[in-house]
Write a protein that binds this ligand. Structure first.
Ligand code: ZN
Length: 51
């Protein structure tokens, strides 16, 4: 299970693959893989893709 974050609004979804359409924006947004880069994961390393 991966975690994907909408580049536009920051909405995250937990799916194996990113959704075609952001549930929040209702648009085809670009999603970045934030799996294990989020604080909840327990890892503290920052990822510049989240900036
Ligand atoms: Zn979005």
């Amino acid at each position: 299970m991966g975690e994907w974050k909408c580049k536009k609004c920051g909405y995250t979804v937990k799916e194996e693959t990113p959704p075609e359409e952001c549930p929040f924006c209702k648009e085809k947004c670009e999603f970045v893989d934030v799996t294990c880069y989020i604080p909840d994961c327990g890892k503290t390393g920052s990822d510049n893709r989240l900036a």
